[in-house]
Write a new protein. Structure first.
Length: 266
């Protein structure tokens, strides 16, 4: 029996089911992928073992559909025990840097409370030539300083030399076809999250992403031509949860192919 991530509103997801058509496609696709790519996977396993100590396949608990917790597999691209260094690298988190560099967008200058009252709800401030009420400025500042849910480090020092190659080409994701084959994941969906990320996504707005199946690829992956803020990433996940369809899945799969050759430093 799968474990459930401890959260109050998990019951609202209990009736979600992946359609038989999608599941049949997942089984056939993942089985063929494992058979065809087995020589490549064997070569990757040998090179990982030759480069650094530790298991060839990295596994960790991830939170997927309906907050189910399962063992998530991928080729190890980091040095052993890298998970223990997350707190040490927290200041390098790209999502944290993005929040700290947050500028006040034009659409956010107008305080909704001022608009509701018809007059200023607090004294006016002048920030970089922009007029903004104090209460709304402090609210934006609070959001920008809140601890981000996601963790991503550019040029991560924990990554091995060969690990950097398989991450850039997404070859480290190949063992996830086993996750798909046994039913933990789907080919297309929202990325399953580590426990420390999922526990921060418990509001109705953010938890909606867990209605969708956990996937190897998805909207966020095919749109990673630039860095997405935390809110943008959640919006993409929510969009897939609401609008997923067989046709959209096929489109995402084809659009995912170029990402194997897309250079990135994450």
């Amino acid at each position: 029996m799968k474990k459930k991530f401890a959260i109050n509103n998990v019951e609202s997801f209990s009736e979600y089911r992946i359609g038989w058509g999608k599941r049949t496609f997942d089984i056939i696709f993942s089985f063929l992928a494992l058979v065809i790519l087995s020589p490549v996977m064997l070569l990757i396993a040998i090179l990982i073992r030759l480069e650094s100590k530790g298991p060839v396949v990295y596994s960790s608990d991830r939170v997927g559909t309906g907050y189910d917790v399962f063992k998530f597999y991928k080729f190890r691209s980091m040095y052993q025990d890298s998970d223990k260094q997350v707190s040490r690298l927290s200041k390098l988190n790209e999502y944290l840097i993005s929040k700290k560099n947050l500028m006040v967008p034009d659409e956010e200058v107008s305080c909704p409370e001022c608009a509701r009252l018809g007059h200023n709800c607090s004294p006016l401030l002048y920030i970089d030539g922009t007029e903004i009420c104090e209460n709304w400025y402090l609210e934006i500042k609070r959001k920008s300083q809140a601890e981000p849910a996601f963790f991503k480090v550019k040029n991560d020092p924990r990554v091995t030399r060969f690990g950097r190659f398989i991450r850039r080409t997404n070859l480290d994701e190949l063992p996830q076809f086993f996750n798909v084959l046994i039913g933990d994941m789907s080919i297309v969906g929202n990325r399953p999250l580590p426990l420390y990320e999922a526990e921060k996504l418990t509001t109705d707005q953010w938890s909606y992403r867990f209605l969708a199946p956990a996937g190897i690829t998805g909207l966020w992956q095919i749109k990673r031509d630039r860095f997405h803020s935390e809110e943008e990433r959640i919006n993409l996940d929510n969009q897939y949860a609401i609008l997923n369809s067989p046709l959209k899945d096929v489109k995402i799969i084809f659009m995912s192919l170029p990402t194997f050759f897309r250079k990135n430093d994450y």
